[in-house]
Each structure stands twice: as structure tokens, then as C-alpha cells.
Design a protein around this ligand. Structure first.
Ligand SMILES: O=P(O)(O)OC[C@H]1O[C@H](OP(=O)(O)OP(=O)(O)O)[C@H](O)[C@@H]1O
Ligand code: HPA
Ligand SMILES: [Mg+2]
Length: 180
């Protein structure tokens, strides 16, 4: 385990097993609809890569980059779009692929934006859901795991851009984020 972690919440094996289940479920539910999977960078990059390998129906991918945490463990409350989609979403069934729903501000903003752009449907798939973090009322449609109200890192999730490369997910020691 990385020395900056207090404990591991999910091992690589547990994560990949759950991602496989989510892929099978989405493949069944979106058969015949050619959904557009939108990866919310950077946090969702590892989840997206593993999830799409488990989708066995026609689908497309696009990428959006947002940032609201920066160097902090608390949301700034402002969702900045650093990179937008390459193509329009009018009439499309969009599946937003997120690593975590915490305050819900990122997904509430993106869902409204995509409906404003006339997507036919917007479905939210989040590997992790932290219900106690919510500042706005939004529920993901598909969830991998619920997590406690603590700051977690690994498998794409960062603190100040670090730890994204860990293949497992754990709780960051409080002293690590308190000292910056
Ligand atoms: O529900 P919320 O409180 O909005 O938090 C969730 C969002 O915060 C993180 O992104 P961040 O802004 O840190 O950018 P990153 O993905 O590049 O780390 C995470 O990847 C989600 O996109
Ligand atoms: O717990 C978290 N860890 C990393 N990034 C995050 N963005 C929102 N919540 C978190
Ligand atoms: Mg982040």
C-alpha cells in the first residue's frame, strides 16, 4: 500500500470485477441505441478504458475535461470546462462516465449542458458514489461502489494531480491533505 494512504477501500481485482458487471449491464440496457460514452477527464480515464472493453454493442467515445477541485480536497464550486466534446450530441443517447459523484456539482452542470444541447438522453455511470458529500440533488443511474465521506485517491482519482496511477483505491491520510 502507498505510504500516504490510511487504508485500501477497493483492490484492483474488486474494481475490475465490478467494472465488468457494469459493462455487461450497460451493453444489455443500450443494445440498438449506439450510445455515446463521454469520459470526464481526467479522473475517469482509467474507469473509461476498462469499461469500454466490456461493452459489446456498437458505441462511440468522446472526451470532456473539467476541473473544480484543483489543488484542494474541497470543490471550488465552479466547474470549469477545459476541453469540450469534439462533436454535437443532438439526438444522441449520452452516457457520462465519471469516477466519482461527491458534491454532485460537476455532473449536475454537465447533465444540464448536454440537455441544453438537445441530447436525447443523459445517463450517469459513476464508479464511486459519496452520497454524504452532496451539495445538489443528483443521483447516478449506475454506481460501482458507495464510499464513505472521506477523500479517496487511486484508479484515476487524484489529490493535487498525484496518485491517479494507483491500480487500487484508498483513503488518503488526513495529514497529507492538511499540510498543503
Ligand atoms: O461531485 P463533485 O464534487 O463535482 O466531484 C466529482 C468531480 O471531481 C473530480 O474532478 P476534478 O475537478 O478534481 O478534476 P479531475 O478529474 O481532473 O481530477 C472527479 O473526477 C469528478 O469529476
Ligand atoms: O474523494 C475524492 N477524491 C478525489 N477526487 C475527488 N473529487 C471529488 N471527490 C473526490
Ligand atoms: Mg481531481
Amino acid at each position: 500500500m502507498h505510504p500516504d494512504l490510511e487504508r485500501v477501500l477497493f483492490t484492483e481485482e474488486q474494481i475490475l470485477a465490478r467494472v465488468r458487471e457494469l459493462g455487461a449491464q450497460l451493453s444489455r440496457d443500450f443494445a440498438g441505441r449506439n450510445p455515446l460514452f463521454v469520459c470526464i477527464l481526467k479522473g475517469a480515464v482509467l474507469f473509461m478504458a476498462d469499461l469500454v472493453k466490456r461493452i459489446d454493442i456498437p458505441m462511440e467515445m468522446d472526451f470532456m475535461a473539467t476541473s473544480s477541485y484543483g489543488e484542494s480536497s474541497k470543490s471550488s464550486g465552479v466547474v470549469r470546462i477545459l476541453k469540450d466534446l469534439d462533436r454535437g450530441v443532438e439526438g444522441r443517447d449520452v452516457i457520462l462516465v465519471e469516477d466519482i459523484v461527491d458534491s454532485g456539482l460537476t455532473l449536475a452542470h454537465l447533465r444540464d449542458l448536454l440537455y441544453h444541447r438537445r441530447a436525447q438522453s443523459v445517463t450517469i455511470v459513476a464508479l464511486f458514489d459519496k452520497p454524504e458529500g452532496r451539495a445538489v440533488d443528483i443521483q447516478p443511474d449506475y454506481v460501482g461502489f458507495q464510499v464513505p465521506n472521506e477523500f479517496i485517491v487511486g484508479y484515476g482519482l487524484d489529490f493535487a494531480e498525484r496518485y491517479r496511477n494507483l491500480p487500487y483505491v484508498g483513503v488518503l491520510k488526513r495529514e497529507v491533505y492538511a499540510r498543503s
